[in-house]
Design a protein around this ligand. Structure first.
Ligand code: F6R
Length: 607
């Protein structure tokens, strides 16, 4: 959700600011803008729509200067127009913001009553004016920021430039991430280490309430009490190359094809091959005492949680509640002291999930976080950090992060079962052996890419598509529907197969493709019966199963997709591949913007 970057340097910054925005475009792409300071003036360039439009604007009307800030926007307050694009500026101050200023209405009224003219509909512009008013009244940049920050409610990462101080920028964070990057005679601000990857690897992560004054010589960081603090500088693993598309047409495609590698990479930190056991990271928590698990997440990560519920309950016999993060706190969940609360998130910054995590923390839960960004807020606030090692995920639709989340959750469920005495040593070894089969099985699933691409022509004309699955394949049906709707804009729904007859079957006719996810196994017969109910009503089926399942039930289907025969434990990882590929190729047939679908952003840091 919005990406921000700032550079105080000793050579021109405009191109580097735009390059930084390119690395963050996945965070939002409704509009973009930069502001530099040149010859004692704030030089602002903005454009609505994709970053390419800003590039055009800047090439026609360059922005000089060795210091500047930039922003790529995911609109919250105000339409994605040029006027609402950041940076917002007064004569004295320019500012970029990621987050939401919840009390912007009274602040805006105060500024208007004070005779100030605001030009945008955004919440962010009020902050530029509040800071500017202090500067106009004679305050230093530091004092202006000190006065304004305590007045802001909500979430923000800010970068502020001051016309009369072309040697410094001020950054501040509360609720939205912000890092300081240290270069040779240059210092940077950025929403994440990836944005700064080509500029520096030396990164300090600001903590909640921190603000920082950056100059060419480095940064002075203050906490929320305005006390100067040290924040450790670490070398980020983010590499410029890791955010390239390589030979792939889209990031999403590249990330789907990376799954065998990143799942193997992830499993290697959770499985000990010397004795085929599960090896969790070291932590001082007695998991054998855990009597209840609460899992909270959003979107695709929520579907990973739904799959994991089957594993935790089946292996460890521990009851599991699974909640969508945006609903969790509002249903006043019963949280027994000492329960395990698990948060699943690719970004580790999703505002709803983070708020749920903090709610559980103050309610005495052990906090576990399955996250892909090891420096994210969730990673830092967890008692038990379980990283996925998917590498940067740039495509807005999550794919490889999901597979890695499942790998970690399967290992954790088995580990918990061992700790609780519910899984014997032999059974643990079997689980490890099955998990180790996942990378090869994912490769085998990917071999069907061409067949699935051909099939996408059958799905692309549809107005509605249904996905059916039973047991752990039900969350996959939901995931398949989510993938299809977000990137191809076709309306899609996922249902538990047995639920069809309770209503949704009324939708069935020859125009509604029904994708059935059904590996052969104990639940197969029941799902096939539900599939036949659809066929009897003229429904067109795409059956995704293994050779045995297709042999038994493939006749009469509009199309079939053959998956390798796999153990049920790893089936959710493997069967995610065809639903991802089907959505991907359908979107390609429709010609939508696969990596940056409309209205979406990769990292949703507002509630
Ligand atoms: C769907 C998708 C989203 C995310 C959701 C949670 O393809 O990517 O539904 O899964 O926004 O994001 P994280 O996992 O970063 O918390």
């Amino acid at each position: 959700m919005c990406g921000i970057i700032g550079i105080v340097g000793d050579e021109p910054v405009a191109d580097r600011l735009i390059d930084g925005l390119k690395r963050m475009e996945y965070r939002g792409y409704d509009s973009a803008g930069i502001c530099t300071i040149s010859n004692g003036r704030l030089v602002r360039r903005r454009a609505e729509g994709k970053l390419a439009n800003l590039v055009d604007v800047v090439s026609q009307d360059p922005a000089g200067g060795n210091i500047g800030i930039a922003h790529t926007r995911w609109a919250t307050h105000g339409a994605p127009t040029t006027t609402n694009a950041h940076p917002h500026a007064t004569e004295h101050v320019a500012l970029v913001h990621n987050g939401i200023i919840e009390n912007f209405k009274p602040l805006r009224k105060e500024l208007l009553d004070d005779g100030r003219r605001l030009e945008s509909e955004t919440d962010s512009e009020v902050v530029a004016h509040l800071v500017s008013r202090e500067i106009e009244n004679g305050a230093s940049p530091q004092d202006a920021v000190k006065t304004v920050l305590p007045r802001l409610r909500g979430a923000f990462a800010l970068a502020i430039a001051f016309r009369d101080h072309p040697d410094l920028l001020i950054g501040a964070r509360l609720g939205s991430p912000l890092v300081v990057g240290y270069g040779e005679g240059e210092t940077f601000l950025g929403s994440d280490a990836l944005a700064l990857a080509p500029l520096t690897q030396e990164i300090a992560y600001l903590e909640e309430g921190d603000w920082a004054v950056i100059t060419c010589d480095g940064a002075t960081i203050y906490d929320s009490e305005h006390v100067e603090v040290d924040r450790s500088i670490s070398t980020s693993g983010a590499s410029a190359a890791s955010v390239e598309k390589g030979n792939y047409r889209h990031y999403m495609q590249k990330e789907i094809f990376e799954q065998p590698t990143v799942v193997a990479q992830t499993l290697s930190s959770y499985l000990r091959l010397s004795d085929n056991s599960i090896a969790m990271p070291q932590f001082d928590i007695d998991l054998s005492a855990v009597g209840r698990i609460t899992i909270v997440a959003c979107g695709t990560s929520f579907y990973a949680a739904m799959v994991a519920k089957y594993w935790f309950e089946q292996f460890a016999r521990v009851p599991v509640d699974v909640d969508v993060a945006s609903e969790f706190r509002y249903r006043e969940p019963v949280l027994e002291e000492g329960g395990l609360a698990l948060f699943i998130s690719q970004s580790g910054e999703t505002a709803d999930t983070l708020a749920a995590l903090r709610h559980c923390k103050v309610n005495g839960q052990i906090i576990g976080a399955v996250v892909n960004v090891p420096t994210s807020s969730m990673a830092r606030e967890a008692d038990l950090l379980l990283p996925t090692h998917a590498g940067p995920e740039i495509g807005v639709a999550s794919t490889k992060a999901f597979a890695c989340q499942l790998a970690v959750l399967a290992a954790l469920a088995a580990h918990l079962a061992v700790k609780k005495g519910r899984m014997s040593r032999e059974e643990e070894q079997e689980v490890v052996a099955h998990l180790l089969e996942a990378p090869a099985a994912l490769n085998a699933a990917l071999d069907h890419d061409d067949d699935i691409a051909a099939m996408a022509h059958l799905i692309a004309p549809a107005r509605d598509v249904l996905y059916l699955g039973r047991g752990p394949d039900f969350p996959l049906a939901l995931e398949g529907a989510l993938k299809l709707k977000e990137i191809s804009y076709i309306h899609a729904e996922g249902y538990a197969s047995g639920e069809m007859k309770h209503g949704p079957i009324a939708l069935i006719d020859e125009h509604v493709p029904v994708i059935v996810i059904a590996p052969s196994g104990p639940l197969f017969e029941k799902t096939v019966s539900n599939m036949q109910e659809v066929q009897a009503r003229g429904g067109k089926i795409v059956l995704i199963s293994d050779a045995e399942g297709l042999e038994e039930a493939g006749d009469g289907c509009m199309a079939t997709i053959e998956m390798p025969k796999v153990h049920p434990l790893i089936a959710p990882l493997v069967y995610a591949v065809p639903v991802q590929l089907l959505a991907y190729h359908t979107a390609c047939v429709k010609g939508t913007d696969v990596d940056q679908p409309r209205n979406l952003a990769k990292s949703v840091t507002v509630e």
